[in-house]
Design a protein around this ligand. Sequence first.
Ligand code: SF4
Length: 618
Amino acid sequence: MFGHINKLIRVNLTESRIFTENLDRYDLKEYIGGSGLAAKIIFDELDPSVDPLSPENILLFMTGPLTGTASPSCGRYCVCTKSPLTGLWAESHAAGFWGPELKFSGYDGIVIKGRSDSPVYLSIIDGKIELRNASKLWGADTYQTEKYLKDELKDQSLKVASIGQAGENGVLFASIMNDSGRAAGRCGVGTVMGSKNLKAIAVRGTKINVIPAARDEMLKEFLRRIYVTIRSHPTAQIYSSYGTDGIMTMMHEYGDVPIKYFNKGSWTEGIEKISGEAMAKSILKKQWACYRCIIACGRHITGDESGTREEGSGPEYETCASLGALCLNDDLNIIASGNELCNRYGMDTISSGSMIAFAMECYEKHLISKENTEGIALEWGNGDAIINTLHQIGKTKGFGEILAKGVKRAAKEIDKEAEEFALHVKGLEIPMHDPRAFKGLGLQYATSHRGACHLRGLVYHIEQGERIPDLGIHKRYERFTTDDKAFPVIAVQNWHDIMDSLIMCKFAFLPPASVLSMLNMVAGWDMRLDEFLKVGERTYNLKRVFNITCGATKSDDTLPKRFLEEPLNDGGSKGQIVELELMLKKYYEERGWTEKGIPKEEKLKELDLSFTIPRLNN
Ligand code: SF4
């Protein structure tokens, strides 16, 4: 088969057993691959009541049919599991080269169950799969792990996905890192990997360097044309020139950048110092691109003069906002050093920055003091406090032991009042976009299957005027309106679920029909656009049903009080709150869900998800 390799690796760590199977038994056209296919496997095989950190939880590493092909911006992979942070569906996607290399080594994905007695790593080289002793590596950071395995296996082209100390220590927002700085960051997927005593997965395929397409010549010609489309998108141009942090100034104008833990709407003097333009003038060394990406949004930055930071992977927008504006820190060097620390420990920069900003607000409100923090003065903008607290979290030492549990649990341990301003949805800390600036984004945060997430439905692009005719989005949707947001939010959520099944980077802003053409050329399919778009609705509903079986209810589809009741006093979104209930009601109706947010039987049948109905009725 073209596109898919058609082989899945199965690993049982408890029994040290490995076998492979082909993908024939899954209808690839129903779920495509990536997180869509992972959702089907998890629904079929995982008891939704399991403790996410028990051996019974399943951890999947998946690629898609476009991964490793000549298609642009398709170098990603995803990790899916039940999240220890939210207790619900988890998926986290990482860029770089690891995904294509897994396919070059001969496999589409890996399904991991059980728990090893002692630390191990998985090596997959040219089809040969082995579990190897990783005891020496336990305690190493992710950069050290990558280097060690390249040396041990004598191949500097090896690609390594690993956890750092955060995943070993049970930090509930631990990430899985690859390519020295690329992260599957969200939902605690690294925590699940650590709970299985699995330190790393090293992959290498030396026989091929691109997955062939069924209609190769046609694809080559097609790619020449879509490169122009990708390069000409205004946001892609900003990402290319200044990295994702290039949007910092523009988003600040909207009142979208979260400042002082979403308490302020304007901070011009600070934003100027942490923007992508500021990075270009100071610590930037060169651009960095994932496998066959012509945008190259990655930033490679200089080391720190004092030697506390190595030259290497630079911070993204989300990190510049979370370790910067959110904490009222305008020092780009602190952000860059904090970014490297998060990468090395292997922990999500969004959640890490959020935990520090939350702690700073607790400190300001005298809910905690230096006695709690082992002497760290958690004052707004204190760079040393940011760095020292990151160390505490990564090591789960001192106050870090509480912060490592994520904001929902930490707030409970600190004080009742802290629970009032602990910002999360379903237990996942909020990304660096204020939903009061884009009301549709508020609906997206409230309904996203992994908790507060901007990437499972980048609807704020629509609220900035972007149109996607293939999805029926023909008109401009104003950012502060609420009565018309259900439709575009659903359309973009479904579309992004398809992209996460393919798996393709969302920064290649291609029309859905073009992406479908590419898929058909690669896989040799003749899928129609309506069938293609239905895949997204199917996988979205399947993940929803999984969450319901895990115990999620309508009451989880909500936002923190700060966004629902507390307007900002300044900035581009001054005076705004999110009127969620009205949007949510329409959203459920348009989704074909009940008033309680449960997919109706006729909707599930229409989507070929009848097999989920008995589980819902249980
Ligand atoms: S746009 Fe950035 S994240 Fe996306 S594939 Fe390209 S380099 Fe990677």
